[in-house]
Write a protein that binds this ligand. Structure first.
Ligand SMILES: Cc1cc2nc3c(=O)[nH]c(=O)nc-3n(C[C@H](O)[C@H](O)[C@H](O)COP(=O)(O)O)c2cc1C
Length: 357
């Protein structure tokens, strides 16, 4: 295949990776994050003024004015460049971290590289996370390529995403995960920035977290189930491609995964690493619950994409509400800062409590 048609195919796939989550149903159906089974304890005597609540924090050596990350999403098409620009402007102004989508596309042409670079241009000093798939590492992505991906956006950290379910259901997917852990172990030693490993919506178990810690990764984003389902996204693509087996698999495994709250609690107990909570977080109250459960940062993907598809203003408005919800929760539990919120008392109920019985 010619290099040009290769680039066109990548653009097409990346476009579908935006239009399907934006316009089709891709949220968990019967599954949930289980965050509804976490009760933070109300304080009738918060002993603080709302306006003095401090959201600032430090993550992987970087100071941020909020404990929020726009989770890894996109790049690789002109539409993605506009989305990344809008997200980056918000990240820069309001002090959020921001992840880019898988940057393999950016290695294929300068035109596609620019759809990621735009984020650094619009957010010169923000905490930006580069992104590459674990499956790509197993297939032979070189250390030099990984370094190029980091340099492409002058990243502050490199994220390796694990997506075995997506590879399984994707019409052109390659469910080949043998050797990924070894590749991660090698990569951690050879890139200049900290490496974080994340799932994409099926969660990280305590066993996997322990292996990742031993491999030398510097943080984990648990990205549990209950939010965006990649089985669902790929199910829709498989249907469009007339692939009945993959459509069936997407349907069957739509809700597969470890609920976000379960994954977060068990990984927090298993490892000392800084943790990011994501997967189905939809408001500041849920973010506060995750911080109390032991997360160091919280991340969201789809809600930011929906706002960014509208306008930069919409992303600002959405983020403003999110931060107000988080502060409101902190006020109601009497937490003046993120450190105090992390010690807030909570009770686990229902199926979440049963999980740990
Ligand atoms: C449109 C879209 C594209 C995504 N692309 C990537 C990606 O390239 N790399 C990655 O690590 N995660 C990717 N994700 C997964 C998110 O980072 C996140 O882990 C997941 O969507 C769960 O969060 P949510 O329920 O808030 O959407 C993507 C998510 C969305 C919605």
């Amino acid at each position: 295949m010619s290099a040009q048609s290769d680039v066109e195919l990548i653009k097409q796939r990346k476009r579908e990776g935006l239009t399907i989550p934006l316009h089709r149903d891709v949220q968990a159906k019967a599954a949930s994050t289980y965050l509804e089974y976490v009760a933070l304890i109300h304080s009738a005597l918060p002993e603080l003024d709302f306006d003095t609540i401090d959201l600032s924090t430090t993550f992987l050596g970087h100071k941020l004015s909020t404990p929020l990350i726009i989770d890894s999403m996109t790049g690789g098409t002109p539409e993605a460049a506009e989305i990344n620009a809008r997200l980056a402007e918000t990240a820069a102004t309001l002090g959020l971290g921001m992840g880019l989508g898988s940057q393999r596309a950016g290695l294929t042409s300068e035109e596609l590289a620019q759809t990621y670079v735009i984020a650094r241009k619009r957010a010169p000093t923000a905490f930006l996370l580069a992104n590459i798939g674990g499956a790509q590492l197993a297939k032979g992505l070189s250390t030099d390529d990984a370094k190029r991906i980091v340099d492409m956006i002058s990243a502050d950290a490199l994220v390796i995403h694990l997506n075995p379910l997506q590879e399984l259901v994707q019409p052109e997917g390659e469910p080949q995960y043998k050797g990924v852990l070894n590749k991660i172990t090698e990569l951690v030693k050879s890139v200049r920035v900290p490496v974080m490993v994340k799932e994409v919506g099926s969660g990280i178990s305590k066993e996997v977290a322990t292996k990742l810690e031993r491999a030398g990764v510097k943080a984990i984003n648990i990205a549990g189930s209950g939010g965006t389902s990649w089985a669902a996204v790929e199910r829709h693509r498989a249907e469009g491609a007339g692939n009945t087996l993959k459509t069936h698999l997407g349907e069957l495994f739509w809700d597969w995964g470890i609920p976000t709250a379960v994954s977060l609690i068990e990984v927090r107990k298993a490892v000392q690493l800084p943790l990011v909570a994501s997967g189905g977080l939809r408001n500041g109250l849920e973010a506060a619950k995750c911080l109390a459960l032991g997360a160091d940062m919280c991340a969201m993907a789809l809600p930011f994409l929906k706002a960014a598809a509208e306008s930069t203003d919409a992303v600002f408005r959405f983020t403003g509400v999110l931060l107000h919800e988080l502060k409101s929760t902190m006020y109601l539990v009497g937490a003046k800062d993120i450190q105090t919120l992390k010690t807030a008392r909570y009770v686990l109920t229902g199926p979440l409590a049963e999980w740990f019985r």
